[in-house]
Design a protein. Sequence first.
Length: 195
Amino acid sequence: MKKLILITLLMLTSIAVVAQDVQSIDILDADTAAWRKEVFTFPLGFAPEINYRGVEEARFPQGWIKTESDNFWSYVFAWKIDYQKDLPVEELEKNIGLYYDGLMRIADKKKTDPEIQEAVVLFVQTSETEYIGKIRTFDAFATKKPLTLNAKVIKYDCPDQRETIIVFRLSPKPFTNEVWSYLNEVKISSEVCQD
């Protein structure tokens, strides 16, 4: 009986340490008072089909889920994953589609909303490391209506660490809206590609 208690305590301690380590990861640099942080590990619980290993960090500004807010559905997230020499547009589109499909299924906890459809994702590669695009999904969190997000994506390589960082900035607002200046304030951490 003592062995079972000891093993259980050791397992719980290990889980707590791993959870602490994951939460202490800083891929993105943002004002913590203005931006709420969430961290997830790959495979993502809501989108296990995305075949990456690593960590996601998401940053949400105040009011991001309030329909009346200027920041509604505007946020930044980054994936720090195993090294990806190339990131074909088709792979990016497929994985973001899986991401939003899974996210909206999780948000629709009662599985009652018949309007939830698969995301439609379109990206254009504008340089070797940058992409812009649109994501047509369903807002299962706030409005329970279709939602189109504009997206800017930047890929950073950390070859010494054999890692790639992909930063996503998203908003339903057009790229000319001032919310994009606010999203651009969230930068990649200067230490993220260092040993």
